[in-house]
Design a protein. Structure first.
Length: 145
C-alpha cells in the first residue's frame, strides 16, 4: 500500500527525544518528510513559511509541552489565533502524564496526547492516519468564515 507523502513538524527541544522519534519513523517505514524545531517560535516561523523548511500541504505537528522559550501551550495559543494556521493538526508528545496538562492541551484542540513512552504507538498510528485521513486544504479553510 502506498502512503500519502506528508510532512511531520516535530517541535522538541531535547536531542535524544528527537532522535527517538526519528528512529521510530525509520523503523516503521513511515513515508514522510521530518522537520524539526526546538521551540514554539521556531515552529511558527516554519509554519508561516518564514524559514527554508517547506512543509508539504499535508502535515501534522508533534509537539512537546515543556520547552524553553515559547512552550507547547503558548505555541498552541498562538497557532489557534492565526487564521492561516488554526486548522493545523497537532499531536502532543510529552513526558507529562499529569491530568491537568492533558486537559489543557485538549482544550486547545489537539488531535491526540501521547506519552513519550508511546512513540512507537504514535508513529504506527500516524502511518494509518496518513493513509486514511483527508487533510484540510489551507485555501478552503481560509475561505470558510
Amino acid at each position: 500500500m502506498v502512503q500519502n507523502q506528508f510532512s511531520i513538524l516535530l517541535v522538541e527541544d531535547d536531542d535524544v527525544d528527537r532522535e527517538v522519534v526519528n528512529r521510530a519513523i525509520k523503523r516503521h517505514n513511515l513515508g514522510c518528510n521530518l522537520y524539526t524545531a526546538t521551540e514554539g517560535a521556531e515552529a511558527l516561523s516554519i509554519l508561516r513559511g518564514e524559514s527554508a523548511a517547506k512543509l508539504n500541504e499535508d502535515f501534522v505537528v508533534l509537539l512537546d509541552l515543556n520547552m524553553p522559550g515559547m512552550n507547547g501551550l503558548q505555541f498552541l495559543d498562538e497557532l489557534r489565533e492565526d487564521p492561516a494556521l488554526c486548522h493545523t493538526i497537532v499531536f502532543v508528545l510529552s513526558t507529562s502524564e499529569h491530568p491537568r496538562d492533558i486537559a489543557k492541551a485538549y482544550k486547545k484542540n489537539v488531535a491526540g496526547y501521547f506519552s513519550k513512552t508511546q512513540v512507537d504507538l504514535l508513529v504506527k498510528m500516524l502511518s494509518d492516519y496518513s493513509q486514511a485521513s483527508l487533510f484540510p486544504n489551507p485555501q478552503v479553510m481560509q475561505s470558510i468564515p
